[in-house]
Design a protein around this ligand. Structure first.
Ligand code: KIV
Length: 264
C-alpha cells in the first residue's frame, strides 16, 4: 500500500487515471473509505451543512475543521488528506498562515481555499512556507451571499473566460490541485485540458481529472436534498463498503457522472 502524495496525483493526471475523492469528517468513515482505496479525502466545510444542519458553510470555524482533520487523519493510511480553510479564516495573509498551520498540524497534507485572483499572493505565500494548496473555483459556497444562491457558474462566455483565466493564475501562483464546482461540463473539460495540475470536479461533468462528492450525498443520507450532480450509491448496493467501492469504480471507469448529473 503506497501513500498518495501530490506527485502521485500529478502522475495520475499524466497517465489519465481518474482521481476518486470524497469528503470525510471522522476516523471511522475515513478508515472505511481508505480501505476501499479512495485517493483523496477532504475535510470539507460542508460539515456545517451535513454535520451541523446549517443552511450554508459560513458558520464553520477553523477549530472545527482542525478537530475533524485530526479525526480523519487518525483513520487514514493511504489517502491524501486535504482540509478546507473555512469562511474568513484566510481573509489576509497572516491569518491564512495561522489557519493553515493549525490544519497542517492537525494532519492535513494540503489546505483548500475558495476564490480567484484576490488570493494569488496568499497562495504563493503559503506555498513558499511549505503549505501545499488546493484552489476551488466555480460555485464557491463561501460566497453564496454574493452569488445570490447555490447556482451554476461560468455559463456566459465572459464568465467562462474569467474562470479559465483564474484557473491558470491559481496554477501559476502555486496551487497543486483545483476543485471545480458546478460549471458547464464543456468549460470544465477546457479548464482541465489547459492545466497541468489535476482538476477534481463536482457538478462539472465527466471530463475533469477526478470527481469528489460529499459523503452524505453519495450515501443518500443528506438531511436536506440530493443535488442534481450527486448520486445515491447506497440504494443500488445495500451496504456502505460496496457503495464506496462502486463510487470509486464508476469514477475510475468514467461511468460517473452520467449526463443526467452535469450542467450545460
Ligand atoms: O466543503 C466541501 O465539502 C467541498 C466539496 C464539496 C468540494 O468543498
Amino acid at each position: 500500500m503506497k501513500k498518495i502524495t501530490v506527485s502521485s496525483l500529478l502522475k495520475m493526471k499524466a497517465e489519465r487515471q481518474k482521481i476518486a475523492a470524497l469528503t470525510a469528517y471522522d476516523a471511522s468513515f475515513a478508515k472505511l473509505f481508505d480501505e476501499q482505496n479512495i485517493d483523496v479525502l477532504l475535510i470539507g466545510d460542508s460539515l456545517g451543512m451535513v454535520l451541523k444542519g446549517e443552511d450554508s458553510t459560513l458558520g464553520v470555524t477553523i477549530a472545527e475543521i482542525a478537530y475533524h482533520t485530526q479525526c480523519v487523519s487518525n483513520g487514514v493510511e493511504r489517502a491524501f488528506v486535504i482540509a478546507d480553510m473555512p469562511f474568513m479564516s484566510y481573509a489576509n495573509e497572516q491569518q491564512a498562515y495561522e489557519s493553515a498551520s493549525q490544519l497542517m498540524r492537525a494532519g492535513a497534507s494540503m489546505v483548500k481555499v475558495e476564490g480567484g485572483e484576490w488570493l494569488l499572493s496568499t497562495i504563493s505565500g503559503l506555498v513558499e512556507r511549505s503549505v501545499p494548496v488546493c484552489g476551488h473555483l466555480g460555485l464557491t459556497p463561501q460566497s453564496v451571499n454574493v452569488l445570490g444562491g447555490f447556482k451554476v457558474q461560468g455559463r456566459s462566455d465572459e464568465q467562462a473566460d474569467a474562470l479559465l483565466k483564474a484557473a491558470l493564475a491559481l496554477q501559476a501562483a502555486g496551487v497543486q490541485l483545483l476543485v471545480l464546482e458546478c460549471v458547464p461540463s464543456s468549460l470544465a473539460k477546457q479548464i482541465s485540458a489547459a492545466l497541468q495540475i489535476p482538476v477534481i470536479g463536482i457538478g462539472a461533468g465527466v471530463d475533469t481529472d477526478g470527481q469528489i462528492l460529499v459523503m452524505h450525498d453519495m450515501l443518500g443520507i443528506s438531511a436536506n436534498y440530493m443535488p442534481k450532480f450527486s448520486k445515491n450509491f447506497l440504494t443500488q448496493t445495500g451496504d456502505i463498503r460496496s457503495a464506496v467501492s462502486s463510487y470509486i469504480e464508476d469514477v475510475k471507469s468514467n461511468t460517473f457522472p452520467g449526463s443526467e448529473h452535469w450542467f450545460n
